[in-house]
Design a binder for this molecule. Structure first.
Ligand code: SAM
Length: 235
């Protein structure tokens, strides 16, 4: 996806970028590629592919919720900043917390935040199950892209969402058995309104799924469970 196709596709998401935002994305792309030579940040390096599979894809979160009405968002397992850092650039009024278990990636994120002079965004080196223990019911939205199976994501993310707030997960193809498995977990964690939004990524036409949940009551104190077993997932 070249810049022109990127801007056109964003129009359909009701997003229009200004010069500064385009420049920040460009700078982010170059920092990503530069650092990727020293550490493993992404397997996707070609510029058009980064704009499609990282930048555009991150912004599709807006299909599940109008992020202009959201104040605070936490991105679990953000890796090189997807979707959280892209969301900060495009929706600058959002207050963003990026959490990742790998310190090298967090160091990269801090460097991008500084170079792009982004405000009201922090990158935290922690496992979410540890971070969430002391940061309960503080975010309007908790999200994650390509981090873990749905049941584990619910358990990891729910404690940090405010009552009335949303958990929204970004995935590739989601099998029915994965969504059927979480009915009991949703009850235990006081979650309702499982909403699934499915669409195709432009150009390469691969399936994307957004799964959204609303939290209705405070989370029982035993969640997140310590050292929840996480199988890493990709899109
Ligand atoms: N969200 C990014 C993306 O879509 O490109 C990165 C996805 S990568 C497959 C998964 C990331 O989750 C890794 O950076 C890993 O360090 C992080 N991670 C896995 N389990 C985690 C946990 N329990 N708490 C925080 N980060 C975690």
């Amino acid at each position: 996806m070249n810049q022109e196709q990127f801007m056109e596709a964003l129009k359909e998401l009701d997003i229009v970028l200004n010069e500064k935002q385009l420049q920040q994305l460009n700078q982010y792309y170059h920092l990503l590629i530069e650092e990727n030579e020293k550490m493993n940040l992404t397997a996707i390096t070609e510029e058009k592919q980064v704009y499609l599979k990282h930048f555009y894809d991150s912004l599709t979160l807006i299909k599940a919720l109008d992020l202009r009405k959201v104040k605070s968002l936490c991105d679990i397992g953000t890796g090189a900043g997807f979707p959280g850092l892209v969301l900060k650039i495009v929706f600058p009024t959002l207050s963003i917390t990026l959490v990742d278990a790998l310190n090298k990636r967090v160091t990269f994120l801090k460097n991008v935040i500084e170079k792009l002079e982004l405000q009201d965004i922090e990158a935290i080196h922690a496992r979410m199950e540890e971070y969430a223990r002391n940061n309960r019911e503080i975010f309007d939205v908790v999200t994650a892209r390509a981090v873990a199976p749905l049941k584990e994501l619910l358990e990891l993310g729910v404690a940090s969402v405010k009552v009335g707030g949303k958990l929204i997960f970004m995935k590739g193809i989601v099998k029915e058995e994965e969504t059927n498995k979480i009915e009991k977990t949703m009850k235990t964690l006081y979650l309702k309104e499982k909403k699934m939004t499915q669409f195709l990524l432009p150009i390469e036409q691969s399936t994307r799924t957004l799964l959204s949940f609303t939290k209705t009551s405070p989370t029982p104190s035993k969640y997140p469970r310590p050292y929840a077993k996480i199988k890493n997932c990709s899109l």
